[in-house]
Design a binder for this molecule. Structure first.
Ligand SMILES: Cc1cc2nc3c(=O)[nH]c(=O)nc-3n(C[C@H](O)[C@H](O)[C@H](O)COP(=O)(O)OP(=O)(O)OC[C@H]3O[C@@H](n4cnc5c(N)ncnc54)[C@H](O)[C@@H]3O)c2cc1C
Length: 434
């Protein structure tokens, strides 16, 4: 059986679900797909089961018309071919040609290579938080949460509430650097409540400002001032990077900080819209507002009518939240990706490639002129993570004399597939043509 797809939304996080709610409210038949096992994306990550909207706030799900909405989980987009998008669920693959496409693919954690980051017991904050939220796994022993950004406080607070022993939070920014955030956070209801929640949960936990992680050692973290904190689990993160593989495959204009969009969330390609952290990292409320705008625009493009007044309201809300996100980015600048790496630090963890090896190609003695050469000769980016963890570092390590970073082209499939799955791709595009 085939179905008409007016709007296809990729990603069921706050941005994607808000886009779907808005598009169906405007009368567009909408399919939402997500590779995960539950809706909610990263911010509202939860165990699988239950209805698609259970427990999610009105800002994300209000207004959705269930009769026009189909939410498919465990379904990933693995490629884009012209205006068709290839989906896979288990072994089943199909091609969909939507009238409007909304990319709400979110962000991934920025993992900087630090000596010892490949040791057992070292984990990214988002990964630890996900274990907590989805599998209810609480780490045993002492935990140090380190790196930079407000997300460290969120994770430390969640760990504490779950009963974990948080020994310290280590933040590379000095306390005075964070002052520009005080007044805007105090004036914003959402951010004020969040800050108070962190403060309550972290009462008694030492926070070391102006301190960086120098190395991750056995059962402990070595800090930039030479001191060491004993810990069984080191949780180290430096913020997020937008997930841009699909945007890149679709040929959308983008930079490392996200897909370029206008005020209505239109991308450089007609009929394709983007929202949430795929367009820049800014938090869940901003993602949901952008999703609403993208849903409106996608429904209009698919032939439905929208409310100009509502769009203006959403645009104003977006500007307000963007201003706060920009302040956050200014207060927490990201250190250069190789700031902490030494020659014998592993850069590509899947293939075990050290920073020193990226200076030349081993046996051949030839310089590696860019990340594409590193992929071809040293297999950087060809392991299970497909470059998600190492591409930025490999590109920086192989940067040309002109300062340009050339990266391998993103090609389908975006995830490993069997040949049988690809061959059996069922085209529903013809059946759904208007
Ligand atoms: C690990 C992690 C934890 C985070 N925790 C917090 C937190 O506690 N507090 C906070 O303020 N912010 C957190 N963030 C930031 C957070 O991402 C945003 O604030 C918010 O969730 C962004 O919403 P979004 O809808 O843009 O993206 P997301 O919530 O990331 O949702 C994107 C969805 O797209 C799906 N997807 C991506 N590519 C494909 C594809 N090819 N096919 C199918 N599905 C796809 C993903 O499975 C995901 O569910 C976290 C980010 C990460 C990476």
């Amino acid at each position: 059986m085939t179905r008409e797809v007016e709007v296809l939304v990729v990603g069921a996080g706050p941005a994607g679900l808000a886009a779907a709610a808005e598009a169906t409210a405007a009368g567009a038949r909408t399919l939402v797909v997500d590779a995960g096992e539950a809706t909610g994306g990263q911010y509202y990550a939860r165990p699988p089961g239950g209805s698609w909207d259970a427990g999610l706030p009105a800002t994300v799900v209000a207004g959705a018309r269930p009769e026009l909405l189909d939410v498919r989980l465990r379904t990933a987009v693995w490629g884009a071919f012209g205006d068709a998008v290839a989906l896979v669920t288990g072994e089943e693959s199909e091609l969909v040609r939507p009238r409007s496409l909304v990319l709400a693919t979110g962000a991934a954690e920025r993992a900087l290579p630090i000596p010892g980051w490949d040791r057992p017991g070292v984990v990214a904050p988002g990964a630890l938080q996900r274990l907590l939220k989805v599998a209810r796994v609480v780490p045993t022993g002492g935990v140090v949460v380190a790196g930079s950004g407000p997300f460290l406080l969120a994770v430390a607070a969640d760990l504490r509430r779950a009963g974990a022993e948080v020994r310290a939070v280590v933040e590379r920014r000095a306390r005075r650097d964070l002052m520009p955030l005080l007044w805007p956070a105090a004036r914003s209801g959402i951010h004020r409540r969040e800050a108070l929640r962190f403060a309550r949960a972290l009462r008694g936990v030492p926070v070391r400002f102006d301190t960086e992680v120098a190395a991750l050692e056995e059962r402990g973290v070595r800090l930039s001032d030479g001191s060491r904190i004993e810990a069984d689990v080191a949780c180290v993160g430096h913020g997020f990077v937008p997930r841009l593989e699909l945007a890149s495959m679709l040929g959308l204009e983008h930079g490392p900080d996200g897909v370029r969009v206008d005020g209505s969330m239109r991308t450089s390609r007609p009929g394709v819209f983007a929202a949430g952290e795929a367009t820049g990292v800014g938090g869940a409320p901003l993602a949901a507002t952008e999703g609403r705008l993208a849903g409106q625009s996608a429904a209009r493009h698919a032939g439905q009518t929208g409310s100009d007044e509502r769009e203006q309201h959403l645009r104003r809300e977006r500007s307000r939240l963007l201003a706060f996100a920009e302040r956050l980015q200014a207060v927490y600048p990201v250190p250069p990706v190789l700031a902490y790496a030494t020659p014998d630090t592993t850069i590509c963890r899947c293939e075990g490639v050290l920073l020193a090896e990226l200076g030349d190609a081993g046996d051949t003695g030839l310089p590696l002129e860019d990340a594409r050469a590193a992929k071809a000769r040293l297999r950087c980016g060809m392991g299970p993570c497909q470059g998600a963890m190492c591409l930025e570092a490999v590109s920086a390590a192989t940067e040309g004399a002109d300062g340009e970073r050339r990266t391998p082209r993103v090609r389908p499939p975006l995830q490993p597939l069997t040949v049988g799955t690809v061959a059996a791709a069922r085209t529903i595009a013809e059946d759904t043509a208007p």
